[in-house]
Write a protein that binds this ligand. Structure first.
Ligand code: SF4
Length: 259
């Protein structure tokens, strides 16, 4: 097992239209003792622990306690809207690598990643990215590619560079959860964005791209990731499979989608 994924909550302050985890529709939170038990059960030197949700910063007290206690490689994937100066500094001091989710310029990101009221979240995410840049804290961004934003990935690359992101991870839409009925994107849009960044000479790394374009085996299929639900239940799967409650990684529907 090389990756432990802790779903610190199913709750979320956003309602992204494609959310495979249906963030915000359920409200369970992971307790510190549940997180502690899971880490200690799977602990090994060099272990990676990903803190996710829902929105993991809604359970910040557990983030602080586990990150301050265990000498493992923590990362957190957040929508960024709750990330202020103080939390950014504290996470960095605790050695937690930060990933921010954003899908493009405001015209598309606000449509894809709104608050429950329908208001767009882009302004708040860009504020968090500016905080990280001003503090010199390295971070990466994750973009879910859909039909809505596939033609705006070059703009996202521009934004990432302007706001000091070190890497971009492109995840093609997974048609589960709230994304169940959305149309799949054209994967060539990712290749175009990567080539654009190279042409522009941007100092940015791309992640996940090869896995998606070459359909390499993932950690879940190799039995190397464990997902822990807020109530402590475990599943040997990636976050997407677990959220979709797909028990057997071999039946992963994304394989037949060529993802
Ligand atoms: S994708 Fe993330 S930020 Fe968006 S609703 Fe789902 S859990 Fe929340």
């Amino acid at each position: 097992m090389r990756l432990l994924i802790l779903a610190l909550t199913e709750d979320c302050n956003l309602r992204c239209v494609y959310c495979y985890a249906r963030g915000g529709e359920r409200k369970r939170y992971m307790s510190y003792s549940t997180a502690k038990r899971a880490i200690e059960r799977h602990y090994h030197p060099g272990m990676k622990v990903q803190l996710t949700g829902g929105e993991p910063l809604l359970n910040y007290k557990v983030v602080r306690r586990v990150a301050g206690r265990y000498d493992v490689k923590f990362s957190i994937q957040t929508n960024g809207t709750l990330l202020d100066h103080e939390k950014a500094e504290e996470l960095h001091d605790l050695g937690v690598r930060i990933g921010i989710s954003i899908d493009g310029p405001p015209e598309v990101n606000d449509v894809l990643r709104p608050y429950p009221s329908g208001r767009g979240s882009t302004r708040d995410v860009l504020r968090a990215m500016m905080v990280l840049k001003s503090l010199g804290i390295p971070y990466g961004i994750t973009c879910v590619v859909t039909r809505v934003n596939q033609s705006r990935l070059r703009d996202l690359v521009d934004i990432a560079c302007a706001f000091g992101a070190r890497s971009i991870s492109f995840d093609l839409l997974k048609r589960v959860g709230r994304g169940r009925y959305l149309s799949p994107p054209d994967p060539s849009s990712v290749r175009d964005a990567v080539l654009y960044a190279e042409r522009m000479g941007y100092p940015i790394r791309f992640r996940n791209v090869l896995q998606q374009t070459l359909n390499l085996r993932c950690a879940a299929l190799e039995g190397k990731s464990v997902f822990v639900f807020p109530d402590g239940r475990e599943m040997s799967a990636c976050a997407t499979l677990a959220s979709a409650e797909i028990e057997n990684p071999e039946s992963c529907p994304f394989r037949s989608q060529g993802l």
